[in-house]
Ligand binder design. Structure first.
Ligand SMILES: Nc1ncnc2c1ncn2[C@@H]1O[C@H](COP(=O)(O)OP(=O)(O)OP(=O)(O)O)[C@@H](O)[C@H]1O
Length: 219
């Protein structure tokens, strides 16, 4: 079993403190939900865990060993941000292979992409680019994948394809951390739960989170 732990994150932007503590443990083979209201720091926390967001304080361990920049550890972790990050002047197949994902694997889970291996990213629609990035990161051969809003603005049929893929990869031992405002999809997949409130990461049971989420929806 592989474990990433993050503890006592303190992060401010200027004078505004966005994250001020809490503990998170990501375990291989599990899907972890990260839930919280808009602007409560979920994306920022993912960037801190990934190692690209400097924080006043953060403490991340992998299997008990302290890590400074997890994204630099080969084969450890990927992060899908909310925005598009794929260079537009490369071909779709080249992008997939740069993440060590053979094109056949992409087509096996999403046959619509059979004909676009040699298409430049610049020729794809926004929806295709998002789907490509999401599938490639989920499939890449790493221990953990963090997904920031993988279901938002995705058509329902494609959401189900992404969910099936996450289930298969988790069953093969990959750990996931997912945040998305489409809570139903996240909760459908998750078997561990974190809630962010007032800058603190709180470990929750599913029941407690659903109660929080219920009030969240009413606000
Ligand atoms: N680079 C930045 N510089 C300054 N402020 C930032 C920066 N990134 C995020 N913020 C602010 O920090 C707060 C937390 O943002 P963050 O995107 O982490 O929250 P979130 O929970 O992921 O939000 P959402 O659910 O809307 O995606 C917000 O008020 C946001 O405006």
């Amino acid at each position: 079993m592989d474990i990433i732990e993050t503890d006592s994150v303190t992060l401010s932007y200027g004078t505004k403190t966005v994250i001020s503590g809490g503990y998170m443990k990501l375990v291989s083979g599990r899907v972890h939900a990260l839930v919280g209201r808009n602007g409560y720091g979920k994306s920022s926390l993912m960037r801190v865990i990934f190692g690209t967001q400097p924080a006043e304080f953060s403490f991340t361990r992998y299997n008990g060993r302290k890590l400074q920049q997890p994204f630099k550890v080969p084969g450890l972790i990927r992060y899908l941000p909310q925005f598009s990050f794929i260079p537009r002047n490369i071909k779709a197949g080249v992008f997939a292979r740069s993440y060590e994902v053979p094109w056949q694997k992409i087509v096996a889970c999403f046959p619509d992409f059979a004909a676009i291996e040699n298409a430049y990213v610049s020729s794809l629609s926004g929806g295709q680019i998002r789907m490509l990035a999401t599938i490639v990161l989920i499939c890449s051969p790493v221990k953990f994948v963090m997904l920031d809003e993988p279901f938002t603005h995705i058509m329902p049929l494609h959401v189900e394809i992404i969910k099936d893929l996450i289930r298969r990869e988790a069953a093969n031992g990959k750990g996931f951390l997912i945040t998305d405002h489409m809570y139903d999809h996240v909760l459908d997949l998750a078997d561990a739960y974190y809630y962010m409130e007032w800058g603190v990461v709180i470990t929750m049971t599913r029941e407690a989170l659903l109660e929080k989420d219920y009030f969240l929806r009413l606000r």
